[in-house]
Ligand binder design. Structure first.
Ligand code: SF4
Length: 301
């Protein structure tokens, strides 16, 4: 650890705090995480933690979820402008309208959504558990999955369920094309291709494996292949290389970079711990409804 990383760890100890870090965050922050994980693992960690302060190195919807799951704790997001363009593609008003149009449908919201949208929905999911969550719903029920249309279509193809897709997308994963994968395969003919379900259907169609970040980590560990093309945000490459030093991981495209996930720096975390700002809170009326959707997901995970 460098001097600043050591200082931050000491500040966390003084504040009785923990640092929750997403796999897409900067490598120097991943190195000092208390919990490094995907959205599901981080939500679970926030719910069970007995820390007084949670510092989130991720994006806004993740800190909101932590604040709802642990209302008695101070939840810090060192950069409030670290948002998620996908989460911003569904508004509570638009969800309410769709609910009026489909009053019998079950509304499943990806955790990559605002607290206000979660409050309108029946249950949350992450890319790790979307299939499991949908399989618990009565087969006769129509299902709406939002805000990621690609995740919804992937879930429909795996479960065979009638799923209506909201037409939102993660711009980072959406930009990855099947042609990009073909070009990487030409350069690395023995490599397998692992993709995140936020990618386009035609990109997923050429994948050897489709799964969440934690599922991709498991796949990379278990496969006999020694070269793997990675179809998700490049931050995951740090953990992949750490866990599998003998294997080669190739980004499927140079564009798999989420600027929001990289906004928070060590300086931001140090400042945030010194000032205990900025705090993320969710209004109680929103939180009560949204937490029900989160709790239902966690109970099934
Ligand atoms: S990678 Fe995509 S889904 Fe994840 S925070 Fe960035 S924009 Fe949102």
């Amino acid at each position: 650890m460098n001097e600043q990383q050591t200082k931050i760890r000491a500040m966390l100890a003084d504040r009785k705090g923990i640092l929750l870090v997403h796999y897409y965050a900067r490598p120097e922050i991943q190195e000092i995480a208390d919990v490094l994980g995907d959205s599901l693992a981080l939500a679970q960690a926030a719910a069970r933690s007995d820390a007084r302060v949670i510092v989130f190195a991720g994006v806004h919807f993740m800190a909101q979820s932590a604040a709802m799951l642990s209302p008695e704790k101070t939840v810090l997001l060192p950069r409030l402008d670290a948002g998620c363009p996908l989460a911003d593609m569904a508004s509570p008003d638009a969800v309410r309208k769709m609910k009026q149009a489909q009053p019998d449908a079950v509304f499943v919201t990806y955790i990559n959504s605002t607290a206000e949208v979660k409050a309108e929905c029946d249950i949350c999911c992450t890319s790790s558990n979307v299939i499991k969550i949908i399989e618990t719903l009565p087969p006769s029920k129509k299902v709406v999955v939002l805000p990621d249309g690609n995740l919804a279509r992937h879930a429909a193809s795996v479960t065979g369920r009638d799923i209506a897709a909201w037409e939102g997308c993660c711009p980072i994963h959406q930009a990855l094309t099947a042609e990009d994968v073909t070009a990487r395969r030409r350069e690395h003919p023995r490599a397998l291709f692992a993709a995140h379900p936020e990618c386009r259907p035609e990109t997923l169609a050429v994948a050897d494996f489709v799964g969440s970040t934690s599922a991709i980590l498991r796949f990379a560990h278990e496969t006999k292949a020694t070269e793997i093309i990675i179809g998700t945000e490049k931050g995951i490459l740090t953990q992949l290389a750490k866990e599998n030093p003998e294997k080669t991981f190739i980004p499927a495209s140079g564009a798999l970079f989420c600027a929001d996930m990289k906004k928070i720096s060590l300086d931001d975390i140090e400042r945030s711990l010194a000032t205990l700002q900025p705090v993320v809170t969710v209004p109680r009326d929103v939180s009560e409804a949204a937490k029900k959707a989160l709790d239902k997901m966690l109970a099934l995970s």
